[in-house]
Design a binder for this molecule. Structure first.
Ligand code: PMP
Length: 336
């Protein structure tokens, strides 16, 4: 089901009688600009300084793949650090482009919260100039995120070590209901003067899963590097998919560039974010009401974790038992 604001945008686009011509190698310019403004906030200093190159890509996955191809080409001997638990496509894609990879610690001993001290110490121990893959918001599959204060501390360490932040931003807006609030990590790293690559997916926050709408933003330290990054990214994308699909990008661009559609979309996003949060509260209450024992002694992590997924802390044995009652989840105890 399309959200109302998306459906209205589709009606507008139908009536405009677009041609079926290819997009340019960068993709749809009005979409790239809208995506950049949504990510950083239109008045961010790096946008005033024109230090971002943006290119359309095939949703979040294609964005990550293009960025990894770029990293492989520019820094062939670097290591990409990924969280010890992460979305399955991350390690597979790093392998696919032939880059070295290593893990940094993520979960605590219960497997339901963040072990920030270990995360920080692993990232700080990585060799200078490493690429650090970070989930910008709503870590998949755990729902466990650093706090804003923890992001600030990570930023200091990563700047000192000249690491390259490589953000996977697949859920902006879906957590707090406000895309600005959810962009904290990316915006504060950018404000700290760091170069970085950010891969954005519009699958969830625009309900455009199958339309494959994404964007890669590369922040450089000097405006003179923007053209260099652009020419490399364009040639890499050319051999990946030639050009991007136009339809979904037109929907996003139409919504974000129209004040009333944008307001309707923000409302839609809040509805979805609230719904996810409400389900967490209801599940937490029910588990307590039924006096079901948690492996960690509390179910509070269900409410603390964020986004569409939760690491419940249930053991493999418990997961198998629940199957008898027709309750299904991954053997890791992860529920959607
Ligand atoms: N990154 C993460 C962390 C995800 O969870 C997902 C979707 N499951 C993606 C990227 C990309 O999804 P898509 O290619 O559909 O945009």
């Amino acid at each position: 089901v399309l959200l109302p604001s998306v459906r209205t945008a589709e009606e507008i686009i139908y009536n405009k009688n677009y041609t079926h011509e290819y997009l340019s190698q960068d993709g749809l310019a009005s979409f790239n600009e809208a995506s950049r403004n949504l990510l950083f906030g239109a008045d961010h200093q790096i946008l005033n300084e024109n230090r971002v190159y943006s290119i359309q890509a095939i949703s979040g996955t294609g964005s990550l793949r293009l960025a990894l191809d770029f990293i492989k080409q520019e820094f062939p001997n670097t290591t990409v650090y990924i969280p010890s638990v992460t979305w399955g496509n991350h390690p597979a894609m790093v392998d696919a482009v032939g880059l070295k990879q290593a893990q940094y610690s993520y979960l605590d001993k219960f497997g339901t919260g963040l072990d920030f001290a270990s995360m920080l110490s692993d990232i700080s121990a990585a060799p200078e100039g490493a690429v650090i893959l970070l989930h910008a918001i709503a870590h998949n599959p755990t729902g466990v995120d650093p706090t804003n204060e923890e992001w600030d501390r990570l930023c200091v360490v990563m700047k000192e070590k000249k690491h390259l932040p490589f953000f996977d931003n697949a859920y902006q807006g879906f957590i707090s209901g406000d895309p600005n609030t959810d962009a904290y990590a990316v915006r504060s790293f950018a404000a700290a003067g760091m170069e970085m690559i950010v891969c954005c997916s519009f699958a969830k926050n625009f309900c455009l899963y199958g339309e494959r709408v994404g964007c890669v933003h590369t922040v450089v330290s000097d405006v003179s590097f923007v053209d260099n990054v652009g020419s490399q990214m364009r040639s890499l994308s050319r051999v990946l998919w030639s050009t991007c699909p136009a339809w979904g990008a037109r929907v996003v661009s139409t919504v974000l560039n129209d004040a009333s559609l944008n307001a309707a979309w923000l409302k839609d996003v809040r509805v979805m974010a609230d719904r996810i949060a409400d389900i967490r509260v209801a599940l937490h209450a029910k588990l307590n009401e039924m006096n079901i024992k948690s492996s960690t002694g509390t179910w509070d992590h269900i409410k603390k974790q964020r986004g569409m997924f939760s690491f419940t802390g249930l053991s493999k044995e418990a997961v198998l038992k629940l199957k008898d009652r027709h309750i299904y989840m991954l053997s890791s105890g992860r529920v959607s």
